[in-house]
Design a protein around this ligand. Structure first.
Ligand SMILES: [Zn+2]
Ligand SMILES: [Zn+2]
Length: 240
């Protein structure tokens, strides 16, 4: 096994997937690319992971105004980094240009982002489904590539067929209200028997307004899920 790996490393020396600089382990980012990404750390909202700029000390359990007013529907949400120019340089090739090898460091960063949470009660890991038409065009669901290593670390099953997503036009430049309207009714639970009584971790590449997570959570709860939480690689951070 070790000999096999050293032969592979000799033939294909590990390189940073983003810039090509030599690194010590396959799939890992080089130090410069790692530093360029705005990783979300403490302090953050204990519920949705929204990053705060000021720290009130290690014992202060802070909630953002959205969560404090009861408007976060998921049990909790975590994201590895902020959506900005640096993370976009990772996201776009990963999503649209077949750079599926990025999934390795992205999913590891997402597992790290959930380090303050007890994950032992998660029953199912579910990548946010892609509409069939999109899946056919793109050939892969980027969320599934991120969910697979997470499910494997948690030692739970990944659910790929309990929910179907209807095709809708892209949500590209819509505001929060338009996104919520556009996503409404898009998910259909086909296998409530697999959902009933389960705590489900949703996985997506990017969280914009949280409308996708919320809509999917609503359908899953309607189908009998006991709790739904979410993790994304990056999230849009707006002033709140
Ligand atoms: Zn690099
Ligand atoms: Zn929050």
């Amino acid at each position: 096994m070790v000999i096999g790996r050293s032969i592979i490393n000799f033939l294909f020396p590990p390189a940073c997937p983003v810039c090509g600089t030599p690194v010590s382990v396959h799939g890992e980012l080089c130090a410069d690319c790692w530093m360029s990404i705005n990783w979300i750390d403490e302090p953050k909202c204990v519920r949705c992971g929204y990053p705060f700029v000021s720290d009130y000390g290690p014992d202060f359990r802070m909630m953002c105004p959205v969560c404090a007013s009861g408007n976060c529907e998921l049990d909790w949400i975590r994201s590895a980094c902020v959506y900005d120019d640096a993370s976009r340089d990772v996201m776009l090739p990963f999503k649209h240009a077949g750079r599926i090898d990025y999934a390795y460091f992205m999913s590891r960063a997402m597992i790290w982002a959930m380090r303050d949470i007890d994950l032992s009660d998660i029953d199912i890991v579910m990548p946010v489904p892609l509409a069939c038409r999109r899946l056919f065009k793109r050939t892969y669901n980027q969320a599934t590539l991120l969910a697979r290593p997470i499910a494997s670390v948690l030692g739970v099953k990944m659910d790929l067929d309990s929910v179907r997503r209807k095709y809708r036009d892209d949500m590209g430049h819509k505001n929060a209200r338009q996104r919520a309207e556009n996503i409404h009714g898009v998910f259909v639970v086909r296998r409530p028997d697999k959902i009933r009584g389960k705590k489900i971790l949703l996985v997506d590449d990017v969280m914009t307004t949280g409308a996708t997570f919320s809509e999917l959570r609503r359908e899953l709860m309607r189908a009998g899920a006991i709790a739904v939480c979410g993790v994304s690689f990056c999230r849009v951070v707006r002033a709140i």
